[in-house]
Ligand binder design. Structure first.
Ligand code: UD1
Ligand code: CA
Length: 449
């Protein structure tokens, strides 16, 4: 399909009351404008240009590496003016899809529908419309007596009769690109807001006798715009419901979906069960047959198959198949657990590899460590990895048994199959197959009367 899309995203978004450009506010973990880009790509449009202005460095940075073109609108003089800035990017022979950057609930099916309708009708312009019970603030679609399109009038320019019209302009259009560009050069800013209105292009085309068609949508969700934080929260709610539904349809059990928050980019395998009060965020991937939650927060992590995580925090970690985590564990960035590892209650693991089948069952801190296979780390063990100046590494070779309440003063290595006595502070390397004990001899003194 020869189609070019232009996404208008230069506006301030004043009502967000934010330092962050409106289109970068997140819905289910993703910037609002990212959803538009994905829907447009999903509809098969290859050439995509974004018109940026307010906070443009942040917007272009957020969308970097996605094969998009950016043009800058220095001053925001209206939607028509915004489109003009992209004129050089538009092939006049193409179909031109124009849309705003602030409608995160827009689905690719809806875009496919307008593009297909526009193409099969051989229209010069098609505008997606919808009937709103409360149309306040939107441009109204004014039709002729025969029902055909006449023009779009903005709230601020509308007469009382026009304001009573419930059919609104979604701000999503398809054009014959060459005709739209020609009409664009004719629009004027002679209106209540002194702006160049893109909507005037449709009126010009219509007056030239060209086919301009409204395509009315039944569902208004798709064109729901985010202009303030209340609307942001609504979009968030709808997006999460969609995500939860999609996961359930793919074989994931969500026990009480209303209390489960899963970001749009998260992937979860079938027959995994998610229990209440659980948040799964960022680019997390979870395998099949896992049980996650209740009361768990996981972000940007990879979990294998058959993993259990209960009442725990997992952050930027890798967890192998059949590991059991928690309750009350904290896996921090670069925790990397092989298969069958157990991390129990009140255990914190940071930047450490834990080998297959090893266990850290209770009350321990493991940081900057390399732990071999089948190692057992007793309760209360601490890797003393930081001397106030630098971090040092602890190495526990395969089969090591660390007695309860051991301090491992890094850098230190415990050789294969060695044991440390409970309560020892180990500050020198221990050779393989050795029992290392460091503690004062127990004395028995006579009790004073
Ligand atoms: C626009 C439409 C209105 C429609 C509504 C749907 C016009 C004149 N009006 O109104 O009929 O019902 O959208 O939401 O087009 N933008 C720029 N540069 C600008 C101005 C806007 O890039 O100079 C961008 C904004 O960032 C936003 C989009 O265009 O993403 C729409 O702008 P906005 O100011 O929200 O238009 P509305 O007044 O809501
Ligand atoms: Ca708007």
């Amino acid at each position: 399909m020869d189609c070019t899309a232009v996404i208008l995203a230069a506006g301030k978004g004043v009502r967000m009351r934010s330092e962050l450009p409106k289109v970068l506010h997140r819905v289910a973990g993703k910037p609002v404008v990212q959803y538009i880009v994905e829907a447009v790509k999903g509809a098969g449009v290859q050439s995509i240009t974004l018109v940026v202005g307010h906070g443009r460095e942040k917007v272009t940075h957020s969308l970097a590496g996605q094969d998009l073109n950016f043009v800058v609108q220095e001053e925001q003089l209206g939607t028509g003016h915004a489109l003009m800035q992209a004129a050089d990017q538009i092939d006049p022979a193409h179909t031109l899809l124009v849309l705003a950057g602030d409608t995160p609930l827009l689905r690719q099916e809806t875009l496919t529908r307008i593009i297909d309708f526009h193409t099969s009708e051989q229209a010069y312009a098609t505008v997606l419309t919808c009937e709103f019970e409360h149309p306040y603030g939107y441009g109204r679609v004014i039709r002729d007596i025969d029902g055909s399109f006449s023009r779009i009038v903005e709230e601020k320019d509308a007469s009382p009769e026009e304001r009573a019209v419930k059919e609104i302009n979604s701000g999503i259009y398809c054009f014959q690109a060459g005709a739209a560009l020609a009409a664009l050069s004719k629009i004027k800013a002679s209106n209540a807001q002194g702006e160049y209105y893109l909507t005037d292009v449709l009126e010009i085309l219509k007056k030239e006798g060209k086919k301009v068609l409204p395509l009315m949508l039944e569902a208004e969700e798709d064109i729901y715009g985010v202009n303030d934080r209340v609307q942001l929260a609504y979009a968030e709610k709808i997006m999460r419901q969609r995500k939860n539904r999609a996961l359930m349809q793919n074989g994931v059990t969500l026990v009480d979906p209303d209390s489960i928050y899963i970001d749009d980019a998260v992937e979860i395998g079938p027959d995994t069960i998610i229990l209440p009060n659980t948040m799964i965020e960022g680019k997390t991937v979870i395998g099949s047959n896992c049980e996650i939650g209740p009361n768990t927060r996981i972000n940007d992590s990879q979990l294998g198959n058959g993993v259990t995580v209960e009442s725990s925090r997992v952050k930027e970690a890798i967890v192998g198949d059949k590991c059991t985590i928690g309750p009350f564990a904290y896996l921090r960035p670069e925790a990397n657990l092989a298969a069958g590892v157990k991390v129990g209650d009140f255990v914190e693991i940071k930047k450490s590899q834990i080998g297959e089948g090893s266990k850290v069952p209770h009350l321990a801190y493991v940081g900057d460590a390399i732990v071999g296979k089948e190692v057992n780390i007793g309760a209360g063990t601490i890797t003393c990895n930081y001397d106030g100046r630098q971090k040092s590494q602890t190495i526990l070779e395969d089969g090591v048994f660390i007695g309860s309440n051991t301090n491992l003063v890094a850098p230190v290595t415990i050789g294969q199959n060695s044991i440390t006595g409970a309560g020892s502070t180990i500050s020198r390397n221990v050779p393989p197959e050795t029992l290392a004990v460091e503690r004062a001899e127990q004395k028995h003194l006579k009790k004073r009367k």
